[in-house]
Write a protein that binds this ligand. Structure first.
Ligand code: NAP
Length: 283
């Protein structure tokens, strides 16, 4: 019998921790704040930004939204980021991706001050993760680690197979699992015989971006399956990268979509913003 990993419960727990700490700071006359930049009117980005703003409200973090039109020039966006970098009232800056095609995402990410890069996208923050010298880690992978920890799933010495090698999910996921002494394999679209890796995995993290891609025959008995994917199925219904209904009975633990990794990403963003505040205060 499998156990469902409840991302809503764990994210509420993390957000409550953040809220308690923010309240203590407020009593001392301090505040923690996050600047959220959105360029254009991508509906999915709007949903993500609204959810992040809601989480800020729930935790007592002040959020400032900068909604810029689609035709915003790259220089204008970079000038706004520079202003936010220099504003000591702002602790975290996030620029919702994807950006319109005429804007260079890498340039924008690199423009965010490293101590305000709460998404942990900048090369130097990614490097710090790999060195194990980081203050905050990439939100989605860190969210996965916190889920595993909350359910007492120790990855030390386990075979962990990640499907996907993106800079946002797959690669930082590998770094955090390795830090906990997992044996990590990263698979991708060029991997030969993917199922031969996943079938032998104690833990599978699916970050592929393809609906119901991980099928029951790819999963070994008793595996822990973490589904990072957020997709729409053929009926337009939200689903993950894992064929949940057919896979769940083979697993020991499994995350649902929605209600698994998604809420954790936002909870970690709140936590990272609080950490950023501390770094800036303590120098
Ligand atoms: P991405 O940048 O598109 O990366 C997808 C990865 O999957 C790539 O590395 C790709 O390999 C690999 N892949 C594609 N087809 C494959 C195949 N047939 N076999 C093996 N590997 C294959 O996506 P992402 O940004 O990492 O996101 C992955 C999923 O997670 C998406 O559904 C996204 O919406 C979701 N997501 C969720 C959260 C959250 O908060 N829960 C956060 C971020 C992303 P190549 O590198 O070889 O192309």
């Amino acid at each position: 019998m499998y156990k469902l990993i409840d991302g809503k419960e764990v994210s509420a727990f993390i957000k409550n921790q953040v809220k308690d700490e923010v309240e203590v700071l407020k009593e001392k006359g301090e505040s923690v704040s996050l600047a959220v930049i959105i360029v254009g009117d991508n509906p999915a980005s709007r949903v993500y930004v609204n959810n992040k703003k809601k989480a800020c409200e729930a935790t007592g973090i002040i959020s400032y939204e900068y909604a810029l039109p689609e035709e915003t020039k790259e220089e204008e966006l970079l000038a706004l980021i520079k202003e936010l970098n220099e504003n000591s009232e702002i602790n975290g800056i996030l620029c919702q991706l994807p950006l319109p095609k005429h804007i260079d995402e890498k340039k924008v990410i690199d423009a965010i001050a490293s101590e305000k890069d709460v998404d942990c996208f900048r090369a130097e923050n990614v490097g710090k993760m790999w060195l194990g010298e980081y203050d905050f880690a990439a939100c989605t992978p860190k969210g996965v680690m916190l889920l595993l920890e909350y359910y007492g799933i120790d990855v030390c010495g386990k075979n962990c197979v990640i499907i996907g090698r993106s800079n946002i999910v797959g690669k930082p996921m590998a770094s955090l699992l390795l830090e906990k002494s997992a044996t990590v394999t990263i698979c991708h679209s060029k991997t030969k015989d993917l199922a031969s890796f996943t079938r032998n995995a104690d833990v599978i993290v699916a970050a592929v971006g393809r609906p119901k891609f991980v099928t029951a025959d790819m999963v070994g008995d008793g595996a822990v399956v973490v589904d990072v994917g957020i997709n729409r199925d053929e009926n337009g219904k939200l689903c993950g990268d894992v064929d949940f209904e057919n896979v769940k009975e083979k697993t020991s633990y499994i995350t649902p979509v929605p209600g698994g990794c998604g809420p954790m990403t936002i909870a970690v963003l709140m936590r990272n913003t609080l950490v950023a505040y501390r770094i800036q205060k303590n120098g």
